[in-house]
Structures are given as C-alpha cells and as structure tokens.
Ligand binder design. Structure first.
Ligand SMILES: *Cc1c(COP(=O)(O)O)cnc(C)c1O
Length: 405
C-alpha cells in the first residue's frame, strides 16, 4: 500500500516536472531501501564509514563471482581507477567501441591515454571482434610483448569491451586476442548488470570490470560504481587510490596522488537493498522485452534488438532501429511524436570518434556505428512500467507506421 502510494506520488511529481507520463528508465524502490537508509540515519553512519559499503561490495562480488569488489562514487570513477590499477600510462592506447556512452572514452583521457575507436557489429551493436582482430593484425606490429599502432606509433595496452544496452560482448575472441597480444581487458558492464555470457555473468570475464549504479541503470545507489577483480593487489590498489592514497592514517602520509572516490554509507545502503532485488528486476526487464517484441515484430520498417544464442541479455534499454523509408518517419520524428504524447524515448549516443575531444584519435572502419546511431531509439524500459503503459507505447509506434494506418 505505502509502495503504491509512493509510486503514485512519484509519478505525478515526475509528470508535473517534465510533462512525461511514461519515463524512459526510472528507479524502482520496493525492497529494503527505507529500512537500510533509516539505519544509516538512526546510527549517524551516513558518510564514508559504516558497514553498508563493505556489505554492498561483498554482495556484488558474490553475485558476479569475483574475489574482490571496491565501491566508488560512480561508474566513470570506477573506470578511471580500473585503468590506473591496470597500469595504463599517458600516451598508451586503449581500444573501445565507437558506439557507447562517453564514460570509457573520458576515463581513458583522464589517465592521459588515447582511445582507439573500433566499429560495432551490425547484428548485436556490440564491439566488432572481427574488425578488432583486423585492426590488431593489419594496423599494428607486435614486438617484445608490446603492440604498437603503426599509424600513431603509440602502444595499445588494453581493450574496454562495453556491454551496451544490456547485451554482452562476444568475450572469448577478445580474451584470446588479449592473451596473444598482452592486452588488459577492462569490462565496462555498467549497462548489463545481471546479463550472462555462456552462463557466466558479465563482469566476471575480464581482468577487471566496472559497474555503475546511476539512477537510470537497472539498480541504483543514487549514484555509485564498483570495480571488480580477482587480483588481490589490484583490489588493494583500487581501494588505496579511491581513498586519497593514504599510507598512514594517523600521520596523514600520502606517497602518491590519490582520489576521493569512496562511496558513502547511505549510497551503499540504497545500493545493497537494490541489489537484493536484482534477479527479480532482470526477470521484469526480460518480460518487458518479450512484450515489445510481440507487439512490434510485424511493424514494417522496424528492426528489433537481437539476443545472441550464447547470452542472456537484460535488455537494459529496449532499443529499436527505425528505417525511415519503410516505417514512414525517421527515429527523431518518432521520438518527438512520442514526446508530445508524454512518452519519453531516447536516441543512441553520438559515435564517439566524431566528437570534438576525440577527433584526432585513431579509429578503425567505423561505419556501422553511424548507421545504428541515426536509426536507434530506446523505448521506455523502467522496472515499474505497467502493462497498460507499455501497450500504449506499442500502439503509438504501430499507428505511426505508414502501412498500419
Ligand atoms: C552509465 C555508464 C557508465 C558510468 O556512468 P556513471 O554515471 O559515472 O555511473 C559507464 N559506462 C557506460 C557504458 C554507462 O552506460
């Protein structure tokens, strides 16, 4: 009852603020959130000390199947620290997909390294492992355990596979390349918590992995991130760097430049309560995807997201491609029609290689990313999306199609 009341209040607030009746992706608060946060408030443990940070870390490490987890203030900070513990140096290069949220590209620049953008595959919209292999074998030379980009003369040190929109990247070919060419794999699993690759959870496959608990992700801590690894020394170093590189607590000795990246106890309390509900939320996400697929499969001009046979996607944001000719209007026009009806949708990210800060970076055969970017539209995918709301979205998308009318 209270939960229903809360959600009714929340929805009317959201609508008044934004004119949005059906939001893209908002948090669902339905577990121990109030209880755990109240515990923080009652005990006064609201900041960087308190038991919830450790519990949240342990719970996520257990869920993913990794030895160590280190919490930090957000997913971007997690990527920054992961790059540092992986030993990425200024002027090194790090391979990332051209179609992704900007966080991994920015994090690469934070350590003074340079992103190299590789295209995505046309079917799954994830980092194209074949093109990546071609880049390595045709454009680089491998000598003395180091991979050198022939064009830039810089050394390629790592790959950040970004599991975008809830679907895992094809990791085995990447892991093979990484072994052969001495590269570190840093998984950006921010959008795919709970997804599986050959029955293994994303975040358990690379040398180190990062998650985000931003408000629009599948679970949220208000804001937060996590670094996961099986390497004890990397975990220790991550903890050290996120807490100002403190070598002596009493005398304030710091032998390195550190960061204030630790998650607060209140945020961890929220995150832990959310994590307890994750399996349920993943089921809901998959159900939402099934209903969209059933409702939209016969609409001319739409391409629906695929799920490879070797994965369990969580369909974080259910994203379709809109073909202007056969559908009747393009993705941006459809976005605005839905917006006028109070339905919030979103375009995909601008290909990173075409953004101003990255224009000078090397990019390899980026073609598909541009096409997917132009046609992509992410549909409302909140855990709390009701069947009626979803039917309304489906109906509007059907009715805007030229052939349907
Ligand atoms: C959300 C996200 C992040 C991290 O975002 P924060 O807002 O910093 O927590 C990183 N990578 C990807 C692909 C993301 O979608």
């Amino acid at each position: 009852m209270t939960n229903q009341l809360n959600s009714a209040l929340k929805n009317s607030f959201f609508e008044k603020e934004n004119g949005i009746r059906i939001p893209l992706s908002i948090p669902q608060i339905s577990g121990n959130e109030w209880k755990y946060v109240k515990e923080c408030l009652d005990t006064g443990w609201v900041s960087s000390a308190g038991q919830f940070v450790g519990r949240f870390e342990q719970c996520l490490a257990d869920y993913i199947g990794r030895k160590y987890a280190v919490a930090c203030i957000n997913g971007t900070a997690a990527l920054h620290i992961a790059l540092l513990v992986a030993g990425i140096q200024p002027e090194d290069e790090v391979i990332i997909p051209a179609l992704s949220f900007i966080a991994p590209a920015n994090a690469v620049r934070y350590v003074g390294a340079w992103p190299v953008f590789v295209d995505i595959s046309a079917d799954l919209w994830q980092l194209d492992c074949q093109k990546l292999a071609d880049f390595i074998t045709k454009e680089c030379e491998y000598k003395n355990g180091r991979l050198k980009n022939r064009h830039t003369k810089r050394y390629v040190k790592a790959i950040i596979p970004v599991h975008v929109l809830g679907h895992p990247v094809d990791m085995y070919p990447l892991l093979k390349l990484a072994e052969k060419y001495n590269l570190v794999i840093i998984e950006d699993a921010a959008e795919s918590l709970g997804a599986c690759y050959h029955s293994k959870r994303v975040g358990s496959l690379g040398d180190v992995a990062c998650f985000s608990f931003n408000g629009n992700k599948t679970i949220t801590s208000g804001g937060g991130g996590m670094i996961l690894t099986d390497r004890e020394e990397w975990a220790q170093r991550a903890r050290y760097l996120t807490t100002q590189a403190k070598d002596d607590e009493e005398e304030y000795i710091h032998n390195e430049i550190g960061f204030n990246y630790r998650l607060s106890n209140v945020q961890a309390a929220l995150g832990l309560a959310q994590l307890e509900r994750l399996d349920h939320y993943v089921d809901i996400k998959r159900n939402i995807a099934r209903r969209y697929a059933a409702g939209l499969k016969d609409v001319a001009g739409l391409t629906l997201p695929q799920e490879a046979s070797w994965v369990d996607s969580i369909f974080w944001l259910y994203t379709i491609l809109v073909e202007e000719k056969s559908y009747g209007i393009n993705s941006r026009k459809l976005l605005s029609v839905l917006k006028d009806a109070g339905i919030q949708t979103r375009s995909l990210w601008h290909p990173l290689n075409t953004l101003k800060p990255f224009l000078k970076c090397f990019s390899y055969q980026v073609e598909v990313a541009q096409r997917i970017y132009e046609k992509g539209l992410s549909l409302p995918s909140s855990i709390g999306l009701s069947e009626n709301q979803q039917n309304e979205v489906i109906k509007m998308i059907q009715e805007n199609n030229v052939e349907w009318r």
